[in-house]
Design a protein around this ligand. Structure first.
Ligand code: ADP
Ligand code: ZN
Ligand code: ZN
Length: 726
């Protein structure tokens, strides 16, 4: 008989521990079993299994509790290999979450223990040739010859009718069988060859290939410097050595060109993991990785858990991107997981960006990471020239329009030359909010502490947090006045404005709303690439990874929107956003220009963007961080306290602060203060921010505090290491 230690996920049981069960058979760790739990039957993971000579009765006498037998072994082979099981332990500790939640987040949804979903394996009818025999008709004979030349031909691809095939099958020359197939989400097959690398690219590739151990490289390459080509050729070398590559991108849907590049170079050796695949497609891609059929995995955040064996290289493109931080439990930082796996596989980890995060760049300067640079665009193409437009001046000249006169002229010129324009407005929807001019009330979401946004296509006012929506009525809900006004402007309004003000404008709007459909991103970008439209207007989604050769003008409608976010990273985010979006201009043969509209043209961030001076930005921003004691000069931990009753949230948060100050005297505790969005979906939220330089006793103290309050159940406490939103 065997004793098993089983991890379970149970809503009434949040603590991280295993339960003992008995089994007559040996079960490998990492396999799932179904077990009785109270009166329920649930599913858990086996984390240990050892033999015992004792009987159930003897064990119970000895331990003083009752043992149950498992009901069934679900997996014959462990779902997660040894490496990923180890990783789950590390992650649980680093993120203060349960080991089961870490294991869960590594699996595709179909394999999660709690999942009710079952996605079947897909089968397809294929024709199997059996033997050559004389057939009844010449047509059948002809078909048989064809089949002989096309082994395992899918029935649907066969030029002969099913009637003919059935007749041949009856005579015993062929057999129609069911064969397992993979759903392939990317059927396009364009073959593309490697470019000869430039000397600078070659130098980077050589340097990284020399490394046969764990080392983190920070590849700082300006936009258009050919980082993608470096990734591709590094990957080729690694798979030629018989190893595999993990290629991470911020969001697949936003980086279709990276996916296309890998697919066209490596074809079926690549698996793509992302959220917009159907669950069947995703499951199939996952199985192809498990079955060792792919050499390269391209995917967004969760792909960092791809069950690849023999990893020889891990790449994280756009390493600064906020999407690499998981914002729900377990709140991991992708680069931390990537580096753990790099250590495990003794391979290099490459973090690439035109605008590295301050954390990474400071590590590179300290020598923790190895810095590689591509400071020039390919073929010495100049970076676009950037002009700041002072919107205060526009108002002085009585222009209250969304666009300055200069930008209008420039857009018209660009369109007239048959070139394309990209416009950034970091706000979706039509107008930001509705204000009553009589009583000054703003129409807000009743569940969240934010204003509702007007959506023109559906004529609704919507909450961007909980998706609450009501029909748009031109009347104040507070005083009943009809003297209300839509204020501010989002992407939908700009779209309309452009269509009304530029005769030859053909506009595509690219934001969360316009790309909701499964292939939404792809379709819109294809249309822009095919010149069906000449203006692409969008939110920060247009800033990443797009490469359109005919775009020669990029306009930023309001740079101040992101500078004024109440977040210590506001400057950094703005620098990154503006540098990235500027980089979309002039990537082809023609020189590109950029205009940025702002009310603060002298702001140092904007000046650094104008001069493409990352080093200067880094220097100045680091001074600010040092003065204010923010990362990278310390680690931040956010402690979120939330609950339905406002007084309880406030009172408990204060108690926690006292506890933390006593237990962790070397840690600075800010707050508790209401979160930027104080009320979300009827839950009140207070936050404390810890500034940490020494981690002594840190994990244990926080874990104890969380366990205590979460068990009591009045409020819910979440600790977030390296939070990305405040
Ligand atoms: P980044 O990712 O650094 O912004 P890309 O990898 O998109 O830059 O490269 C910019 C452009 O330069 C692309 O059109 C790419 O095809 C081209 N390119 C990259 N490397 C080379 C090379 N060695 N020779 C010629 N063209 C190249
Ligand atoms: Zn809401
Ligand atoms: Zn009113």
């Amino acid at each position: 008989m065997y004793i098993l230690k089983v991890l379970v996920e149970h809503s009434s049981y949040q603590l991280d521990r295993t339960f003992d069960y008995l089994s007559n058979d040996y079960v490998e760790t990492g396999c799932r079993v179904s077990i009785p739990f109270g009166r329920q039957k649930i599913i858990g993971y086996v984390t240990e299994c050892y033999q015992t000579d004792k009987t159930k009765h003897q064990l119970e006498e000895e331990k003083g509790f009752r043992y149950s037998f498992i009901i069934q072994i679900i997996d014959q082979k462990p779902l997660l290999n040894k490496e990923l099981q180890e990783l789950a332990k590390y992650m649980a500790k680093q993120t203060l979450s349960t080991r089961i939640s870490c294991l869960q987040c590594m699996l595709p949804i179909q394999l999660k223990p709690k999942s009710q979903k079952t996605v079947g394996i897909k089968y397809e009818k294929v024709i199997s040739f059996i033997k050559e025999i004389p057939l009844k008709t010449p047509k059948q004979q002809e078909a048989l010859n064809y089949i002989k030349e096309h082994p395992l031909l899918p029935v649907k691809d066969c030029p002969y009718s099913l009637v003919v095939l059935n007749n041949i099958e009856k005579q015993g020359a062929i057999q129609i069988i069911q064969q397992e197939v993979y759903r392939d989400p990317y059927h396009e097959n364009i073959q593309q060859n490697d470019f000869p690398l430039t000397p600078m690219q070659q130098k980077v590739v050589n340097e990284i290939l020399l490394c046969h151990d764990f080392q983190t490289y920070l590849l700082h390459g300006v936009t258009g410097s050919g980082k993608t080509e470096v990734y591709l050729q590094l990957s080729r070398h690694i798979i030629e050595q018989g190893k595999t590559v993990l290629m991470m991108v911020p969001e697949i849907a936003l980086t279709p060109m990276m996916v296309a590049a890998f697919k066209s170079r490596f074809g079926k050796q690549v698996a793509i993991l992302h959220s917009k695949l159907s669950s069947g497609e995703r499951y199939d891609e996952y199985r192809r990785i498990v079955e060792d059929e792919v050499k390269i995995v391209v995917g967004a955040r969760s792909a960092v858990f791809a069950p690849l064996e023999k990893i020889g290289l891990i790449i994280m493109d756009e390493e600064h991107d906020a999407s690499y931080k998981q914002e729900s439990n377990p709140r991991y930082l992708t680069s931390q997981i990537a580096r753990w796996r790099g250590k495990y596989h003794e391979c290099p980890v490459v973090l690439g960006s035109a605008t590295p995060s301050l954390e990474s760049y400071s590590r590179a300067l300290k020598g923790v990471y190895h810095l590689c640079s591509l400071p020039k665009r390919i073929n010495q193409k100049p970076l676009p020239t950037i002009e700041m437009i002072d919107m205060v001046e526009e108002i002085k000249h009585h222009n209250y329009d969304l666009l300055s006169n200069k930008m209008k002229t420039k857009i018209q010129e660009t369109l007239d030359k048959n070139e394309q324009v990209m416009l950034l407005l970091n706000k979706r929807g039509y107008a930001s909010y509705m204000r009553c001019l009589s009583c000054d009330e703003v129409l807000k979401c009743p569940h969240c502490d934010v204003s509702l946004t007007y959506h023109k296509d559906s004529k609704t006012m919507r909450c961007h947090y909980c998706d609450y929506q009501i029909p748009f009525i031109k009347k104040c809900s507070h005083c009943g006045s009809t003297n209300v006004k839509l204020i501010g402007s989002g992407t939908q309004k700009i779209e309309e404005y452009l269509e009304n003000n530029f005769l030859n404008a053909r506009v595509i709007r690219y934001d969360v709303d316009s790309t909701r459909k499964k292939d939404g991103h792809h379709e819109l970008l294809k249309r822009f690439e095919n010149q069906e439209a000449n203006i692409l207007v969008g939110t920060q989604m247009i800033a990443k990874g797009l490469n359109f050769e005919n775009v020669t003008f990029v306009g930023v409608i309001n740079a101040d929107l992101s500078l004024n976010i109440p977040d210590f990273r506001a400057n950094e985010r703005t620098y990154q956003l503006l540098e990235q979006v500027s980089g979309r201009s002039g990537r082809g043969k023609k020189q590109g220009t950029v205009m940025i509209q702002t009310y603060n043209p002298d702001h140092f961030v904007l000046q650094c963007v104008k001069n493409h001076d990352y080093q200067m930005f880094y220097k100045k921003e680091m001074e600010i961080r040092q003065l204010a004691k923010y990362p990278p000069y310390c680690y931040l931990i956010s402690v979120l306290v939330q609950g339905k009753k406002e007084e309880e949230v406030i009172w408990n948060a204060k108690q926690m602060k006292e506890y933390l100050k006593k237990q962790l005297p070397h840690v600075g505790v800010l707050g508790p203060a209401p979160c930027t969005i104080y009320k979300m979906s009827d839950i009140y939220r207070q936050r404390m921010t810890l500034k940490v330089t020494k981690t002594d006793h840190l994990y244990e103290t926080l874990q104890m505090m969380m366990d205590y309050y979460n068990k009591k159940g009045k409020v819910n406490v979440i600790c977030d290491f390296n939070p990305y939103t405040t």
